[in-house]
Design a protein around this ligand. Structure first.
Ligand SMILES: [Zn+2]
Length: 179
């Protein structure tokens, strides 16, 4: 047991910070008194808060207590949804380029998914024409309902603009279009 030089309370050694310069190996002031003195000095503007050192200490703590910090953050986020939204807004405003890049990547991925679905559906129409040609006496072609290079309107190479026609029907149609 050691007696604090400031509050005069007797406490076990663990209540004092180590100090090799002292014969006891501990500071004469207890940890609580030391912390209070530091806080008082800070609030009175006697000492400058060392922001860099604080940040280093916090980073070290976070590194050594990843799970605890994660759990704490999760709990805080669950209790402060509005603050989280505001934070997200602020972040995306400060990172316009990044959010824009993400949005365009999302858009591109969406377009790719659509294109893939189209190509599957289009492939199915061509397959149907092949099967019909095999199982019927006619030869079937895949025809664009609205021609791709029509005179007035240009059709699209999309599933709903495709149909299976017999070669004869197809020829008739193109003659009609040309006329
Ligand atoms: Zn004390």
């Amino acid at each position: 047991m050691l007696t604090c030089s400031q509050c005069a309370v007797s406490q076990p050694e663990s209540a004092y910070s180590p100090d090799q310069r002292k014969t006891s190996g501990r500071q004469s002031r207890c940890k609580r008194c030391g912390a209070a003195a530091k806080k008082a000095a800070r609030t009175q503007g006697l000492v400058k808060t060392n922001k860099a050192a604080n940040a280093r200490r916090q980073a070290k703590y976070r590194n050594n207590n990843v799970e605890i910090c994660r759990e704490r953050n999760r709990a805080w986020a669950a209790e402060n949804p509005e603050a989280m939204r505001a934070k997200a807004r602020k972040w995306s405003q400060a990172n316009r380029a990044k959010t824009r890049a993400w949005a365009s990547r999302r858009e591109k991925a969406y377009e790719q998914r659509i294109a893939l679905k189209f190509s599957v559906a289009i492939g199915a129409v061509y397959e149907r024409a092949e099967i019909l040609s095999l199982v019927t006496p006619h030869v079937f072609h895949v025809d664009h309902v609205v021609p791709l290079r029509g005179k007035d309107v240009q059709g699209l190479h999309v599933p709903w603009n495709l149909q299976c026609l017999t070669a004869t029907e197809n020829l008739k149609k193109s003659n009609r279009m040309a006329a």
